[in-house]
Write a protein that binds this ligand. Structure first.
Ligand code: C5P
Length: 338
């Protein structure tokens, strides 16, 4: 059955230039102060609406929608309802009062939306790949289904899907507080060059990294109170585009916990520094490591010096904007996005 229309969304990964954990909340989440910036490392989601013209167009048929997800992300990426793409699609359908059909038995009589995710952002790696995919699904399906829900309603759905999803809806550079969902745009000039080093082995579970952080903080309770880090230097570096200042200001409170869970990361950070990066840090909850470089040529030199040291080393730049939606010509298949 030929699809009526398709949209493709390119959505960038993020790095936390600054991340301070300000305490555990009653709901199990943590209060954060964090500065986020997108980098030009993208996933791509293609969303295609299938079904008979009657089913696609008739309001009665739209009371029920089948959702089918495929991806090229390997075994680490779930293909079931736990995938954030399907969770986002389901949340949007619910918001519209449309029930989700049986994913395993798509019916010809009702419309079916096929979603194909092409993964490029490392998985469970501290770069918000899953959150970016959820944001891509929200903006892509809003367009595909001609919903036009509006930024505020999409942001509300995003908040329900994960702490990084509201940031991923807009991308760019932001200061986030609360659990990370209250974002404000930050003035950012110039571009920064990064070397993204994918650590070998499994990813890290974000809840486990936060729990390890809590245990570390509890272990130091009673000793001299450590003042919370502040993002001032990073904000100033962003305002002026000053890479040396950024190198001085980058900070991640989750780094010690990530290193405790993955002791090999300590050697990795040393290797990134020895390769010449002006700063080295764990990305978000890890285990990806980031090396800050002075410019793209320097980043390339650092990456070359690290050749063979990690599972994969890539040079990226920040900031990289937000999700970009493109209409795909009718007849394109969600299974074959190119
Ligand atoms: O919101 P998201 O599903 O991305 O968060 C994953 C996990 O990370 C949460 O279940 C929670 O354990 C932890 N987290 C947290 N505080 C935050 C954000 C995330 O404890 N502000």
């Amino acid at each position: 059955m030929e699809p009526r229309s398709a949209v493709r969304v390119r959505v960038p990964a993020k790095v936390n230039l600054f991340l301070s954990v300000r305490g555990l909340r009653e709901d199990g989440y943590h209060e954060l102060v964090t500065v986020l910036q997108t980098v030009d490392l993208h996933d791509e989601l293609t969303c295609t609406l299938h079904g008979s013209p009657w089913a696609r167009a008739h309001p009665a048929a739209r009371q029920l929608m089948d959702l089918v997800l495929s991806h090229d992300g390997g075994p680490e990426v779930p293909g079931d309802g736990s995938n954030l793409v399907l969770r986002a699609a389901t949340a949007l359908l619910r918001r519209l009062g449309i029930a989700v059909g049986d994913r395993d038995a798509p019916a010809v009589a009702r419309p079916c939306t096929r979603l194909h995710l092409s993964k490029n952002i490392p998985v469970a790696a501290g770069m918000a790949g899953g959150s970016a995919d959820a944001a891509a699904a929200l903006v892509g399906l809003d367009r595909l289904w001609e919903v036009d829900l509006g930024r505020d309603a999409l942001a509300e759905l995003a908040t329900g899907l994960g702490a990084d999803v509201p940031f991923c809806l807009h991308g760019g550079t932001a200061l986030a507080t609360g659990t990370g969902t209250d974002t404000v745009r930050v003035l950012a000039r110039g571009e920064f060059s990064w070397v993204v080093c994918e650590a070998p082995g499994d990813g890290l579970s974000t809840p486990e990294v936060f729990a390890a952080h809590d245990a570390l903080v509890a272990g130091t309770a009673g000793r001299a109170e450590r003042p919370s880090a502040e993002p001032d230097l990073v904000l100033q570096a962003l305002r002026t585009g000053d890479v040396e200042l950024l190198a001085e200001g980058v900070h991640n409170d989750l780094q010690a916990a990530a290193v405790q869970l993955r002791p090999d990361l300590a050697d990795g950070l040393g290797a990134v520094r020895r390769a010449g990066a002006v700063a080295a840090l764990v990305s978000g909850s890890g285990p990806t490591l980031l090396g800050l470089a002075r410019d793209p040529e320097h980043a390339q030199a650092v990456a070359t010096a690290l050749d063979g040291r990690f599972r994969r080393v890539r040079v990226v730049r920040s900031a990289a904007g937000g999700p970009r939606i493109a209409q795909v010509p009718a007849g394109s298949s969600a299974q074959a996005p190119r």
